[in-house]
Design a protein around this ligand. Sequence first.
Ligand SMILES: [Zn+2]
Length: 221
Amino acid sequence: MKRTSAAPRLIPYITQREGEYGGLESELTLSMNAFGAVRLAYHEETPADRGPHGELWARCSQSLNAVGKPTGKPQWRLVNPIRQREAMEQLRCQVGFCPAETDQGYIFLAGAAEGASHRAGEPVTTAQPPVCLEHLRPAIDLCPHLRKGHVAFRARATAPWGVIGTRYRLTATGLEPLPVEDDDAPVAYGHPQLGWFLASQLLRELRDCEVVNLNDLVPAA
Ligand SMILES: [Zn+2]
C-alpha cells in the first residue's frame, strides 16, 4: 500500500532502519563449549554475542541519533535483532521502548491465528515484545499482519522461552545456513541443537495469560 501521509509516521522501536546491516557469514566459526559440544561461534566473540543460554546472537549494526534513538528510513518488514532482544528482555514496549507494565501484567499483540491456538489450550509463545497501553492502537495500525486480525493477550507472568534463528550446518565448503524451508524456526531453550542456531529474535512464553478485549484497555479510536 502506498503511504501518502506527509505527517511524520510513528516507526516502531524494533523496526530495522536503512543502513543497518547484519554480520557477515565469514565472521562465523565453530568452537567448543564447556561440555565439549561443538557450537557456532564468532572469530572475535564478545560476551554480548551470547544470550543467557549460551545461544549465539546475530550481529546487526544500529543507526542511532545523538540521543540514542533509531534513525533512518524504516525497512518495514524487518526487525532489528538487537532492539527486538532488548525490548523482549527488558519487557519494554516494541513501539516506543516505553515501560510496558500495566497494573495487571503485560499486553502482547498477536495475529488472529495465535488466538486460536490459545483457545485450544496450547501455550502461547511470541516474538512480539509487549506493547504499552498508549501504543496498542498504533501498533495494530502499523502492522499489516495485525490489521488483518489480531488478538490481545494479558500475561501476568512470562519467561524467555527460546529464540527464532537460522540453523547452520557444516559442509565441505564451510558453514552454511540450512535451506529456507527449515530457516527461521523457533527453537526452545534446552533444545539439543540450540548451539547450531544463529538467534535473531527472542521468544517469550506467556503464562497466566488471558485474551482481553482491546476496547476494555483503550478507548476505540
Ligand atoms: Zn509504548
